[in-house]
Design a protein. Structure first.
Length: 297
């Protein structure tokens, strides 16, 4: 079959959603804001179910969001310091162009949540049950920011011609609008070495995270041995597996000592998740079933 397509008609989507009082508002920022909002709403719903003070949750969330974003930015800057060394101001001014690393947000927000719960006398285990699905929701939305920026993608898809590459994506169930955006012409050594169609790894991770979120919701509903707080363990294990596999396909990875930082971190997260799962079951730490929780503190 002869597959002819005029690839020259494809142009990347405008990263700017609109301008407000002269300020450019990027789709990337909108996606992050949407993810944060949905995560809060989902968390408030769960907080009501677990008898967690919603006012304390909102107060903690607002500061936690700031801490998480700063942690994500700091993590990225540390491992990409050569790009900021000559212009440190871009650490702040370049926020809207991307440059956030989710692992930094996870670690910073987790430390903050622990401290906040101690100070405000909130059950940390219950907060973990709110915290993990919220992160998945944030990542689900945030990955679409990568879509608009044509970033967080993988290498060239199989195919000796542009037509063959396009057909490969479409034949593997990649929606047409994503396939169009994955035609990248802006060359960047080491990331985009030639014009062509690239793996939408942000989309792969989006699907993985959606599956993980649905899994947590179903376990909450149907599995009696799913304990309050297990969401954090599920997150550690599930996200680590998916990120490790997908990271191996990406062309824009952060590195440390020649190793992909995200893969190394994923291994640590996976081990931590498995160890916590085993220890919690062995020592019966806070063995309160989410499904059967009656609302007592």
């Amino acid at each position: 079959m002869i597959f002819l397509f005029d690839h020259s008609t494809l142009e990347p989507l405008n990263r700017i959603a609109f301008r407000l009082f002269g300020l450019e508002v990027y789709w990337y920022g909108i996606c992050i804001a949407l993810g944060a909002t949905l995560a809060l709403l989902f968390g408030l719903h769960t907080a009501k179910r677990l008898n967690v003070d919603q006012n304390k949750l909102i107060d903690g969330f607002l500061w936690g969001l700031i801490v998480g974003v700063l942690g994500a930015r700091l993590w990225y800057v540390i491992f990409e310091w050569e790009n900021y060394a000559n212009n440190p101001l871009s650490i702040i001014t370049g926020f809207r162009d991307g440059g956030l690393a989710i692992h930094g947000a996870v670690f910073a927000a987790a430390i903050y949540a622990f401290i906040y719960c101690k100070i405000r006398k909130v059950n940390f285990i219950k907060v973990l049950e709110l915290f993990a699905p919220g992160f998945l929701i944030g990542q689900i939305c945030g990955r679409w920011g990568n879509f608009f920026n044509q970033e967080a993608h993988g290498g060239l898809v199989p195919g000796g011609t542009l037509d063959a590459q396009r057909e490969w994506l479409l034949s593997h169930g990649i929606p047409r609008f994503i396939t169009d955006q994955m035609y990248i012409t802006d060359l960047e050594p080491g990331v985009v070495d030639q014009i062509g169609y690239y793996h939408p790894t942000f989309y792969y991770e989006f699907l993985w995270n959606v599956t993980g979120l649905i899994g947590i919701i179903l376990m909450r509903k149907f599995w009696k041995k799913y304990w309050i707080g297990d969401a954090a363990i599920v997150y550690l294990i599930w996200y680590a597996i998916g990120r490790y596999m997908i990271e191996g396909m990406r062309t824009d990875s952060l590195y440390i000592l020649g190793l992909r930082t995200a893969q190394l971190t994923s291994i640590i997260m996976f081990i931590a998740g498995v160890v916590l799962l085993v220890l919690r079951r062995v020592y019966k730490f806070y063995p309160v079933s989410y499904k059967d929780f009656a609302g007592e503190e």
